[in-house]
Ligand binder design. Structure first.
Ligand code: AHG
Ligand code: MN
Ligand code: MN
Length: 345
């Protein structure tokens, strides 16, 4: 018998194969979610092909408009937004989409079949970093629609707590392109091999290391934080009886900061800013930034919190709702909660 090929060594796990194999954990699965995740991987490849050429094509620079958050829209934001929408509007897998770049829910047009899932996404996260060649990302949340099929989806289908997420993930456009996702069966990371155009399994079953290495926060705003957040920051810097030896790393792209801490151990936080009336709830958006990353954190043994409660327990009230975020190693997130409770009653 020919034994020259050791099966374990030649097993090339493409993202498509991995998603299909994960489907086995869900006997009720129809394959729709599998196809939806694969469509998102394809969107990631298309967006990556543009981000790597950002300085070459006429993509770089600002579009002459602001988005629904009142922020400057980069052209790549629009490209990423349209790519994801167009790959998903006609498939019959979705009932609605919602994007950071659109004020309202994007209901699937009548001319296409309506599906059983809802997709919420941040098409390009950290987009103010594009001009400087700093890593950026795409973040997505997938819920099951709540309203009965056969009628148009509504805002209520999108306003679901993170606990109800069916799947969540992100694509990181960094030194290489990676897709990381969970369907509630652990967190798995894939690296795009540009020569073959496939995402290959490179980080199976990611767990946040128990010993943290980093803390990530925009210290430029420290004087505007509450006493609890300031004390927590002192704790991270080893003051009084604080934890010692953590390094500070802040990229300013949530996906990249989160990803580093996921692999190396640490905490990212973006607290509320007492100075800016637009940021009483922080800057980051619950539905397509905080909740999906908190689902991933929890699946990797970590946690996401707004400082008072688990992010996954928050019932959203509006599509672009913001909330403070503390995410990463469970112990550190719980330390933040403890200090906020003690000093910011
Ligand atoms: P987006 O580009 O989708 O608007 O998100 C930007 C966010 C996030 O990626 C990052 O963590 C944060 O903005 C950085 O904000 P500061 O510059 O205030 O630190
Ligand atoms: Mn973002
Ligand atoms: Mn964005």
């Amino acid at each position: 018998m020919y034994t020259g090929i050791d099966q374990d060594h030649v097993k090339v796990m493409t993202i498509e194969r991995h998603i299909l194999e994960q489907e086995r954990f869900h006997p009720e699965a129809t394959g729709v979610l599998t196809s939806l995740l694969y469509d998102l991987a394809l969107a990631g490849k298309i967006i990556a092909s543009k981000t790597t050429r950002a300085g070459l094509a006429e993509i770089l620079g600002r579009a002459e408009e602001v988005n629904v958050q009142g922020e400057q829209v980069m052209k790549l934001d629009k490209f990423a937004d349209r790519t994801i929408y167009r790959l998903n509007d006609h498939t019959g897998r979705l009932a609605a989409m919602a994007s950071e770049e659109h004020a309202d829910v994007l209901v699937i047009p009548d001319r296409y079949p309506s599906g059983k899932y809802v997709l919420l996404y941040d098409p390009l996260d950290g987009s103010s970093n594009i001009d400087c060649n700093v890593p950026i990302g795409t973040i997505f949340s997938i819920f099951r629609r709540k309203s009965p099929g056969g009628e148009p989806a509504s805002l209520e289908d999108c306003l679901q707590p993170g606990r109800d997420l069916v799947a969540a993930g992100y694509i990181l456009y960094g030194t290489s392109t990676m897709m990381v996702y969970t369907t509630g069966q652990g967190v798995h990371g894939f690296t795009l091999d540009p020569s073959v155009g496939e995402f290959l399994l490179s980080h199976p079953n990611i767990r946040i290391p128990e010993k943290p290495k980093y803390f990530s926060v925009n210290l430029g705003y420290q004087i505007y934080w509450s006493k609890g957040v300031q004390c927590f920051t002192d704790y991270l810097q080893g003051k009084d009886d604080g934890i010692q030896g953590l390094s500070l790393r802040y990229i300013g792209s949530l996906v990249a900061d989160f990803h580093r801490n996921l692999l190396s151990g640490g905490i990212f936080y973006y607290p509320a800013d007492t100075r800016d009336p637009k940021k009483p709830h922080g800057k980051l958006r619950l539905l397509y930034e905080c909740a999906p990353l908190s689902f991933i954190a929890e699946q990797a043994g970590g946690k996401g919190s707004d400082g008072r409660q688990n992010i996954l327990d928050i019932q959203p009230e509006s599509l672009h709702q913001r909330c403070p975020l503390f995410i990463g190693n469970k112990d550190l997130v719980e330390k933040a909660e403890e200090m906020i409770q003690r000093y910011d009653p």
